[in-house]
Design a protein. Structure first.
Lengths: 214, 303
């Protein structure tokens, strides 16, 4: 299952790029048409937050998808998807700083210290920033092996993002969506842990090469 | 551009300002009469309650489409979408507990002795948003007195209908069904405490708690229980649904209080639906006249 060149570069990737902007277009259109309900600002903030999480999950989906289906081209979409996660995360943060707090820094600082769901949300964004800043090729080359190490931050930061959503939902009442995202994340991370254990197990047992799982 | 003045007109021909003004007043009166005629006589017959606010009212559409009524789902839009399945007629209310005249009343019998009045109240949700709603109804005290509560009656407990067929949200255990709320007797008897049967001059839409709901404007919205089927006079403080669900987050009193934060968010400000900027939340939601009910109480502990 591969998209033929030059269609992948000329059509497929640009199409994904345009598609990834659609949530923002939809929100802007909804705000313009006054179709975001009685509390449009809440709708905007929540939607931006959910899209951040969705793009993080999509980014994490690329590698398992390659291993499961052999679709290698996905890797060439990964940076873009990750940057969209950062893009929506930034908008989500600013909708909070501006539309929710109106840049009352005292209140914001209190919020970060006092409310765990804000604390983990901020932390997740903080961890996302260096990844976005080192996403270009030059940084990759310069950092070498450390680039790989640095970018494993996506695992804890996505977990923090899911936790942020989980803690926001009211106790016992609106957990359906946070639960869904957590389950998806658990599957994506679980696949990696499973592979890692397999690999480790194979090394420990020092099986002959032909029996070792690749 | 050349502006030509008709030369047969003098200053004397210009309408006198006084006459002009009176003509405007006349038109306004005419318009007013037409409006009142259209809105129906009941509104004309009653004077505006001194308890009412003259703040801008939240549009009917927002009041009836942005609701927390978990019996129909946990999204704000769910009640408007799904509350059509609620049968509000026939309806009856059971009154029991520490009173001399307990019984089960049909809605008609319950409402008969009361004339309805309008109360325009602020409603502050614990989630940090607020509305201004013109309710129709009558003081809760007038209703409670009919049952002669005894000296043992220290609290009043209210219960919402439990029927998962009519209220599909009850098929999931998001809360401890049936929804239950309570007030201390003096809170229940306070003249601000209101039994609503309508809003904006119409019968209550199902999503707003038809046919009968409580409105306690100085407390967070979840205290104002909807679609009531049972009222009990009690000696002990009753458990409430939200209190059971998260004791550390929802206290029995739940008075609007900008100084006491909800564990997961600040209560200092609120977004009035329809407004861009947030406003400062007022103590007791601006209903200072209830402060004496809580004199000597630590409102941080009794949140």
């Amino acid at each position: 299952m591969q998209v033929r060149e030059p269609y992948f570069t000329k059509v497929f990737k640009p199409a994904v790029f345009v598609l990834a902007f659609m949530p923002l277009v939809w929100l802007a259109w909804g705000a313009w048409q006054e179709e975001l309900g009685a509390n449009p600002i809440e709708t905007i903030t929540r939607s931006l937050g959910e899209w951040t999480l969705r793009f993080l999950l999509l980014t994490l989906l690329i590698s398992p998808l390659r291993r499961a289906t052999g679709w290698v081209q996905g890797v060439r979409l990964r940076r873009m998807l990750g940057l969209f996660a950062f893009f929506y995360g930034t908008l989500h943060l600013f909708s909070y700083l501006w539309l929710d707090q109106f840049y009352d820094w005292g209140e914001i600082w209190k919020d970060i210290l006092k409310r765990p769901f804000i604390t983990v949300g901020m932390l997740a964004f903080l961890l996302m920033t260096p990844l976005a800043l080192t996403s270009f090729k030059k940084a990759m080359r310069k950092l070498g092996r450390n680039w790989q190490r640095l970018h494993t931050l996506i695992y804890p930061l996505t977990m923090l993002g899911a936790l942020h959503f989980w803690w926001l939902a009211e106790s016992k009442s609106r957990l359906a969506m946070p639960l869904l995202y957590s389950v998806l994340l658990a599957i994506l991370l679980g696949e990696r842990v499973f592979r890692w254990l397999q690999k480790k197990g194979a090394w420990r047992l020092e099986l002959p090469g032909m029996l070792r799982r690749s | 551009m050349l502006i030509k003045r008709p030369d047969d007109m003098t200053d004397n021909d210009v309408t006198d300002f006084d006459v002009y003004q009176r003509r405007r007043d006349f038109l306004k009166t005419l318009g007013g009469i037409a409006l009142l005629g259209a809105s129906g006589l009941p509104l004309m017959a009653q004077a505006k309650s001194t308890f009412s606010t003259d703040e801008e009212q939240t549009p009917y559409k927002d009041v009836t489409t942005y609701n927390n009524f978990y019996e129909f789902g946990t999204d704000k839009s769910d009640p408007a979408e799904y509350a059509g399945s609620l049968q509000t007629s026939p309806w009856s209310v059971t009154v029991d507990g520490e009173c001399e005249n307990p019984g089960k009343l049909t809605l008609e019998d319950l409402l008969k002795p009361h004339s309805t009045e309008e109360r325009i109240y602020r409603l502050r949700c614990v989630e940090g948003w607020s509305m201004v709603i013109p309710w129709m109804g009558f003081p809760l005290a007038d209703l409670l007195k009919r049952f002669n509560p005894t000296s043992k009656a220290k609290y009043v407990r209210f219960e919402t209908l439990f029927d998962p067929k009519q209220m599909p949200g009850q098929q999931r255990s998001v809360l401890d069904w049936p929804y239950a709320e309570g007030l201390r007797m003096d809170e229940a008897m306070h003249p601000l405490t209101f039994m609503a049967t309508g809003l904006y001059g119409k019968n209550l839409p199902n999503q707003n708690g038809a046919p009968l709901r409580l409105v306690v404007p100085w407390k967070y919205g979840f205290k104002s229980i909807k679609s009531i089927v049972k009222i009990s006079f009690l000696e002990q403080q009753p458990a409430t649904s939200w209190g059971r669900s998260a004791p550390g987050e929802y206290g029995f009193y739940s008075n609007v209080n900008p100084e006491v934060d909800h564990p997961r968010w600040s209560q200092k400000r609120e977004r009035r639906i329809g407004e861009f900027r947030k406003r400062e939340t007022l103590m007791f939601n601006g209903y200072d006249q209830v402060a004496s009910l809580y004199s000597g109480m630590d409102l941080r502990k009794n949140f």
